[in-house]
Design a protein around this ligand. Structure first.
Ligand SMILES: NC(=O)C1=CN([C@@H]2O[C@H](COP(=O)(O)OP(=O)(O)OC[C@H]3O[C@@H](n4cnc5c(N)ncnc54)[C@H](O)[C@@H]3O)[C@@H](O)[C@H]2O)[C@H](O)CC1
Ligand SMILES: [K+]
Length: 525
């Protein structure tokens, strides 16, 4: 898996390397620019004779750009450097690279093109030939707030001229933390990012704008990243492949995971069906669906391999208080519990669920209305010592934590991390990008999935997958990594086959075998 960092974290690594290890910043900048050149040669090809526009901001990102410009000139490109700030504002390593560029401009042969222009108005660009290649070295990890004025006009021009565009470190205008676009951002063909990939390149518009991403080793020893406590990862297929359960020969159905599910209520027998079926689909050996007794005949029709346990019910035909003894008996039998899909918000049912969670001594996945039972009762989780996975989407998480949904969406990595550490659970925070956080404070960003998965029952399928992997001996975090990644991959397979609009939750469930096979066959990361 790929270690990824927020701009703040990478800046701390920078300062440590420069101030504590004595690695000169100009050396890091030179390494950074060399990495950009290598990425260009790999992805774009030779630059000799090519017209290149290098747009430089006032910070070190601009400094990288000036060093790149120098190297491109050395490779016989025709280079136009456009400074977007007054030269006297430049300082440090950027100023050094600017002064070098000035000397090159002065001493170069007349026939060679190496021009430095302080740009005041984007209209001035009309005086120059159309570029073949554009280098975006305007903003990097120092970007804050919104893009305005000349910066806005230049980024708009870059996106309009549609030359091959290379962003240094981060597409300018993209929030390196959240992947949100602050006004406008460069749409790049290639982004060469320094040290570690930034979280903003994995989230929101960061999944589209960077184009191909190359990670540049700029000479910071990797122990520095651990030392700075960076614990955010981007999942790859190999991370799932090496976690998948492997079946020994001497198995029987009860040794491959016994799952007991508290699920279903009138109108929500589908949730009961999909959350239990998907557990079997990932390999659980025996699954029992504990459902309100009046719904049991329906589940007998809908489910074959999943066993059914009719439970005493309330007058609304939801799981009732009198079911507790029977529930406790089957909790004894089970390895893992599924709590929540389709159980309804009935008050008595909620009391049953709370009672079960309070006394929980088995691994469990708590989802949907099981989570609603926890609203106002989160502290129960702190007294539990077994592995628990919560699988809320942003709305459910907002109800659980009272955090505003926009804060959850915007800061999902840190919000998830803090919750998982505080309550000692694995949190699967579902959304357009799902993140998994564990009590150790590690966060895993999931790359798979698509908007077609925003369909009723999709979450029920995920819940069963996570429970099914836990039942086969995976830890809560490993089961969540496998479940979330494969759920999204199955969703991608269903989308490829059916399209985003027609696909439904059962199509995701039915694509689980293909998703598992795809991961098993995957050779590289
Ligand atoms: N280890 C590494 O990652 C290294 C990265 N390098 C490069 O350095 C930049 C970070 O440099 P820094 O000077 O901190 O920030 P920027 O260059 O991104 O500076 C931004 C620049 O623009 C101004 N600014 C910020 N926000 C706005 C705004 N909304 N509107 C207008 N202007 C804005 C700010 O004042 C700065 O002047 C990193 O990305 C890498 O490219 C090092 O080269 C090597 C080590
Ligand atoms: K940039």
């Amino acid at each position: 898996m790929l270690l990824v960092a927020s701009p703040e974290e990478i800046r701390k690594c920078d300062s440590y390397a420069i101030e504590k290890l004595g690695i000169p910043g100009i050396l890091l900048m030179e390494n950074a620019s060399q990495g950009v050149i290598q990425s260009i040669l790999m992805k774009y090809g030779g630059v000799a004779g090519k017209k290149v526009f290098v747009f430089c901001g006032g910070g070190n990102n601009g400094g990288d750009g000036l060093a790149v410009a120098r190297k491109l000139f050395g490779m016989r490109a025709e280079v136009y450097i456009f400074l977007l700030v007054a030269p006297e504002k430049l300082h440090g390593d950027t100023k050094t690279n600017y002064e070098i560029a000035l000397k090159i401009q002065k001493d170069k042969p007349k026939t060679d093109t190496f021009e430095i222009i302080t740009l005041k108005d984007v209209k001035e660009l009309e005086k120059y030939p159309k570029p073949d290649l554009v280098i975006d070295a305007i903003f990097g990890t120092g970007f804050k707030g919104k893009v305005q004025g000349l910066f806005y006009d230049v980024i708009n021009w870059i996106n309009t001229v549609r030359a091959y565009t290379v962003s240094v470190d981060i597409p300018s205008g993209l929030n390196g933390d959240t992947g949100e676009v602050e006004g406008i951002a460069v749409r790049a063909d290639l982004t060469a990012t320094m040290g570690l990939a930034k979280t903003g390149l994995m989230l929101n518009m960061g999944k589209i704008l960077p184009g191909k991403i190359y990670i540049i080793d700029i000479g910071i020893p990797s122990f520095v990243y651990q030392l700075m406590g960076i614990k955010t990862y981007y999942l790859e297929s190999l991370d799932v492949k090496r976690r998948l359960p492997v079946r020994p020969f001497n198995v029987h159905k009860y040794s491959c995971g016994k799952i007991f599910a508290l699920v279903g209520s009138p109108g929500l027998t589908g949730a009961a069906t999909m959350s239990t079926l998907s557990a079997m689909k990932v390999g659980a050996g025996a699954v029992i669906a504990g459902v309100p007794e009046s719904l049991s005949p329906i589940l007998e029709m809908k489910l074959t391999e999943v066993m059914k346990l009719p439970l005493p019910e309330t007058n609304e035909h939801t799981i009732g208080w009198n079911a507790l003894d029977l529930i406790e008996e089957y909790i004894e039998w089970a390895d893992v519990l599924i709590i929540g899909p389709g159980i309804s918000k009935n008050y008595e049912t909620k009391q049953v669920i709370l009672n079960v969670i309070k006394k929980l001594n088995k691994k469990a996945v708590i989802d949907a209305d099981g989570l609603n039972a926890l609203v106002g009762n989160l502290n129960i989780l702190k007294s539990l010592h077994n592995e628990i996975v919560l699988t809320p989407h942003s709305g459910e998480f907002s109800r659980l934590t009272d955090l505003p949904i926009e804060k959850i969406e915007r800061e999902k990595i840190e919000v998830a991390r803090n919750f998982a550490v505080e309550y000692g659970v694995v949190l699967v925070l579902k959304g357009d990008t799902t993140v998994i956080a564990n009590p150790e404070g590690e966060v895993f960003i999931n790359p798979t999935g698509n908007p077609g998965m925003a369909t009723a029952g999709s979450g029920d399928v995920l819940t069963g997958m996570i429970a099914g992997f836990m039942g086969q001996g995976l830890s809560a975090v490993d089961a969540s990594i496998c479940g979330v990644y494969l759920h999204g991959l199955a969703g991608d397979i269903a989308r490829d086959k059916l399209g985003e609009l027609p696909m439904m939750a059962m199509d995701i469930l039915n694509a689980i075998p293909d998703a598992i096979q795809k991961v098993i066959k995957e050779e590289k990361g």
